[in-house]
Ligand binder design. Structure first.
Ligand code: C5P
Length: 239
């Protein structure tokens, strides 16, 4: 990742909505996340538009399929020139290795391979859901740390996890391994569907490598002001 800016989750339904949200930010360098909703609507064109606007891009498509399919999909994603992509660690080691191989093969000569991170457990998942619906008896933190080690052993650059898991992951993996943490809320905000949430300053204290912030910015009355507040708190300049 080139910069340490908060990653804004552009969870919008169209390019039009996205670009009008970004207009008040002018040409300020930003780190943005494009998720399924926007990418499925607009396709690669939205990536080109955001790159033109000087954005670093996390393409959050959370791939999870058989290794060959993920490998081929990653070859295609590598051509887009994004900076960060992800898969589900639950797809297993073979799938993660196949994803990395696809990215390496698909990255155009002379370009940097996008970083590859694995989703451990979604931040909307609760301990109770994992036990009762997925029938996983181990504590959630154990599965998250296990998935992180598996991702590292598969050659990945990091994981997506909750702020509350970042420290335990750091104790189990090498220091350069990334922990990208969604589920970020300012102290006055509501959690919505997220369960394992934290503020930007707690994320900094717990050692997150990067924070992903959606609704606390995109649904704010003044998104630019909300972004600046998140950024200041993340940089440790204001609590
Ligand atoms: O609006 P909010 O800040 O909750 O948005 C969080 C963003 O991060 C969403 O785009 C969501 O898909 C994404 N995300 C997440 N948990 C993960 C991985 C990605 O919330 N484990």
């Amino acid at each position: 990742m080139k910069n340490n800016l908060p990653i804004i989750a552009l969870d919008f339904a169209s390019a039009e909505e996205t670009l009008s949200f970004l207009a008040p930010f002018h040409k300020e360098p930003l780190f943005v996340k494009v998720g399924m909703e926007l990418f499925y609507q607009e396709g690669p064109a939205i990536i080109a538009q955001l790159k033109e606007r000087n954005c670093e891009i996390f393409l959050d498509l959370k791939l999870h399929d058989i290794p060959t399919t993920v490998n081929k999909a990653m070859k295609r994603l590598a051509c887009l020139g994004v900076d960060l992509v992800n898969i589900h660690a639950a797809g297993g080691k073979k799938m993660m290795e196949a994803a990395l191989e696809g990215l390496e093969e698909g990255t155009p000569a002379g370009k940097k391979r996008p970083s590859l991170i694995a989703v451990t457990q979604l931040t909307s998942t609760s301990e109770q859901m994992v036990k009762e619906e997925l029938l996983i008896r181990k504590p959630l933190i154990d599965t998250v740390v296990h998935y992180s080690k598996l991702a590292e052993n598969s050659g990945l650059d990091g994981v997506v996890c909750s702020v509350h898991e970042a420290k335990a992951i750091y104790e189990a993996v090498s220091p350069s391994f990334l922990t990208v943490t969604p589920g970020i809320r300012m102290s006055a905000d509501t959690a919505n569907d997220q369960v394992r949430v934290a503020t930007p300053s707690i994320a900094r204290e717990k050692g997150s490598s990067a924070i992903v912030v959606g609704r606390s910015i995109t649904k704010a009355a003044n998104p630019l002001k909300a972004y600046e507040a998140v950024k200041l708190e993340w940089e440790g300049l204001k609590q």
